[in-house]
Ligand binder design. Structure first.
Ligand code: SAM
Length: 226
């Protein structure tokens, strides 16, 4: 029947009357939620039902490294690193964060972490002893990121590795006032250049997609000391 047929309004009314209780709308919503759940499952659980389990399994294949965690905060990452590292030095300038990190390590039974209250720009640690330096979301808090990268290079053995996790440039002013960020994220190319100038080679950039409605996007840079 052509859409211009005068009986169409009546047919539409009948169709709407069939959904007087909103069943069709509920069905549409149910299917949307089911799709969301499937997408979430794929993201969090596959492969083999758990990305987390795979990450843990792969970490057991790593050699026992001597690691420095720059700006460890409350130590979540330090404790994860300590599961497979030979030893970890968890460094932060905030005594209160280090206290929480200590408590976390104790609860997890991690005995291979030492804690150091110090400024990342100039660390009281010897040169060329570390296998890995991890800097996760700390560079945007420091006055001179390039100086901190140079300090990381100083601590590393030749061919020692660095992993930097940072925020892409953003416009969220509240993090400056409320969280004390000194940098509103970084252009990856700028940090890549600073890594190279600090003495790192084979720098690899890995972007990560935006999480839900978050205004922040993170990225990873890895490299090796020249
Ligand atoms: C956002 S937290 C990162 C915590 C942890 N690395 C993570 O990824 O969850 C940043 C930490 O860097 C520390 N920090 C900032 N500037 C520092 C500096 N110049 N020297 C030492 N620690 C610093 C802060 O005290 C804070 O605990």
């Amino acid at each position: 029947m052509p859409q211009t047929d005068p009986r169409w309004p009546l047919i539409r009314l009948t169709q709407q009357a069939e959904d007087a209780h909103g069943d069709r709308a509920r069905l549409t919503e149910l299917l949307r939620r089911r799709e969301d759940r499937q997408a979430l499952n794929e993201k969090l659980l596959e492969p083999g039902q758990s990305w987390m389990l795979w990450a843990t399994a792969l970490s057991t294949l790593l050699p026992p490294l001597d690691v420095a965690d720059f700006g460890c905060g409350t130590g979540v990452l330090s404790v994860e690193l300590a599961r497979w590292a030979k030893k970890v030095v968890a460094i932060d300038r905030a005594a209160s964060s280090l206290e929480q990190a200590r408590a976390r390590a104790e609860k997890a039974g991690a005995t291979n972490i030492t804690f150091l209250e110090a400024d990342l720009h100039k660390l009281p640690l010897p040169a060329a002893k570390k296998d890995l330096v991890v800097i996760s979301q700390s560079l945007h808090h420091v006055a001179e990121p390039a100086a901190v990268l140079r300090e990381a290079a100083r601590l590393l053995k030749p061919d020692g590795r660095i992993v930097v996790l940072e925020l892409m440039p953003h416009r969220e002013k509240w993090v400056v006032e409320q969280l004390g960020h000194l940098h509103s994220g970084f252009e990856p190319a700028v940090l890549e250049r600073e890594l190279s100038e600090a003495g790192f080679k084979n720098v690899v950039f890995t972007p990560y997609a935006r999480e839900g409605a978050s205004p922040f996007r993170v990225f990873l840079l890895t490299g090796a000391k020249k």
